[in-house]
Design a protein around this ligand. Structure first.
Ligand SMILES: Nc1ncnc2c1ncn2[C@@H]1O[C@H](COP(=O)(O)OP(=O)(O)OP(=O)(O)O)[C@@H](O)[C@H]1O
Length: 253
């Protein structure tokens, strides 16, 4: 098992945001996290990345409670692309991507050929090689997003967590990014708002509603008209795509 959440609960002040969530993520699986605005997706992703501490229950990473793992050990294998991640420093794209190597570097050790190779490969996979020398502030929103993804890939993670990674991307780059993630062969957990994209690429979908898991399974099992109406308050028909057999949603206006 990559991640296991056991009766995971988190809240802020008196408000419980996530209610006793139990689920697991298999190694190599691409898990899509769906839910309306405010349903708790970002909170859950931050708990999985060890950036928040559960109020109840726990998160296990390959069987070990995240709270027992040093931050650096987590960073060596789990990469997190946050929503609105950025930097105020005037760094070049390449410098931002190089930050992904930090958890792998030993104190006083220099920059190695393996570090350079990981950065080059990450820039290439994220389609950012041509922009590597550009200043952060000169990038468009979508380019910043892809540079953050390159930073995460430079970390050579075994688990990749992404919070709405297709935000700000044009359609070509949305599809390209989801294809890239699904082709990595590593465990990934990502929140998405485009349900058809989730159906096209994810192995499994987990749906949150008011901080509760209301569905967990393969896309064809999860994305039913009843769920779309009950959770997302939309009328839609769902048919299997003739080529892939995966569900395709048509919304009713
Ligand atoms: N630091 C915080 N302070 C106050 N409320 C918070 C905080 N973090 C989360 N919440 C609340 O928890 C709930 C879930 O928020 P979260 O950002 O996890 O939802 P989400 O599903 O990612 O939403 P969206 O799709 O809009 O990004 C919201 O009601 C939010 O206001």
């Amino acid at each position: 098992m990559s991640f296991q959440a056991e009766t995971l609960t988190w809240g802020i002040g008196r408000k419980t945001v996530l209610h006793e969530l139990t689920f697991s993520v298999q190694p190599g699986e691409m898990l899509g996290l769906l839910g309306p605005n405010g349903s708790g997706k970002t909170s859950l992703l931050r708990l999985l990345a060890g950036l928040k501490t559960p109020a109840g229950g726990r998160v296990l990473l390959e069987g070990t409670d995240l709270r027992r793992l040093p931050r650096r050990d987590i960073a060596r294998r789990v990469a997190f692309v946050e929503q609105h991640a950025g930097t105020t420093a005037n760094l070049r794209v390449e410098d931002v991507v190089r930050l992904g190597r930090f958890p792998h570097r030993r104190p006083l050790a220099g920059w190695t050929a393996a570090d350079a190779q990981a950065v080059d490969a990450a820039l290439d996979r994220a389609g950012m090689t041509a922009k590597r020398g550009d200043g952060w502030h000169s990038l468009s929103g979508g380019e910043k997003q892809r540079a953050q993804i390159a930073r995460a890939l430079a970390q050579t993670p075994r688990e990749l967590i992404l919070d709405e990674p297709t935000n700000h991307l044009d359609i070509q780059h949305q599809i390209g990014l989801l294809r890239l993630i699904s082709g990595l062969g590593i465990t990934s957990v990502l929140s998405l708002h485009d349900l058809n994209h989730a159906a096209m690429f994810c192995d499994r979908l987990l749906v949150l509603h008011h901080g509760h898991i209301v569905a967990d399974g393969p896309p064809a099992q999860v994305l039913t008209p009843a769920l779309l109406h009950g959770v997302f308050s939309v009328q839609a028909t769902v048919d299997p795509d003739p080529q892939t057999g995966r569900p395709h949603i048509r919304y009713v206006r």
